[in-house]
Design a binder for this molecule. Sequence first.
Ligand code: SAH
Length: 377
Amino acid sequence: MTEQVKVNLLGLSRNQMEAFFTAMGEKAFRATQVMKWIYQEGVDDFDAMTNLSKALRDGLKEVAEITLPEVVQDHPSSDGTRKWLLKVDEVNHIEMVFIPEAERNTLCVSSQVGCTLACSFCSTARQGFNRNLTTAEIVGQIALAARIIGLPENKGDRIITNVVLMGMGEPLLNLENVAPALELMQDDLAFGISKRRVTVSTAGVVPGIDELRELSDVSLAVSLHAPNDELRDQLVPINKKYPIRELMAACKRYVAGKPHRRVTFEYVMLAGVNDSDEHARQLVKLLRAVPSKVNLIPFNPFPNAPYECSSNNRINAFREIIMQAGIITVTRKTRGEDIAAACGQLAGKVKDRTRRSERFEVKAVTKDNNDKEKIAS
Ligand code: SAH
């Protein structure tokens, strides 16, 4: 007899949880009780849920479970950032990063095992792709971090004030699982984070932006990285499918009718590639159409990366041009560099199904050989 697959309750939004209990022949308020146990008490053993009858607890054990991802490695950085390697199944690992700051604590979570997009400056891209994360695996990252970081004396306080879907993967290519996770992030019974403090970051999946707008109101960040199609086609290849004009139109729709909402545009600073004054001026023109702010991200290197980070002077000059145009521009502080936890450095362990990682390995070896030849000659 095969064992029945149990429902991981971490994957159910409040409505889904209520439907689950009603289907069991229970009252819908059981959902509230169980969510409080899971998210506020950090309890995942049904027997410890003392306000449920013994019969219900036994019934739950038969059909449900509360399973969090498993920590495989824990890397604290000298700047307080902390990165975990998490096991999500026998062959796949993902990464999650906690970034404490004076006025907020941000958790950066993954949405896929690897990524199907092939941005040339991102190390996750080189690992290829295995699968989407489930809602339970996305929510499980937050529940896990809250339990690890939440000191007993802080019980009841919300440790994680901001969540960004900026880890591994493209969240808008996994909206089916991301959408209920976004609901739970904001639900008072779960993490209670305000919509402005939940950020979905996309490389520019235009239909996904419109879908997100229909079902949620979270903050939107767009990985722009280039102010014209010719360059963006090279850096963010999904641009060939959804060019800048369409992307900007979708961003405009996303914030339309929402006063004070802005789209954050992320722009990685690549020396000699996208960082000239002219690029900055083109960017300004582009952003006139959308209420925006800009996050300049110093390029974070990884092995065999074909780019270098722009100099501080260049980043400052670039920033100045955008600021002069009245657009709020922040240079993102690089955090967790010593543990490879910075933007674009996340690389879990992906059992690649796309063979993209193989191609990169071949390239890396070839480059290595060339270097050796150069040294020899
Ligand atoms: N796929 C989504 C979510 C990933 S967010 C997206 O593209 O937005 C990760 C952010 O870090 C993106 O803005 C990405 O473009 C940026 N990034 C990737 N590689 C980087 C690197 N090596 N240095 C700095 N930023 C990088």
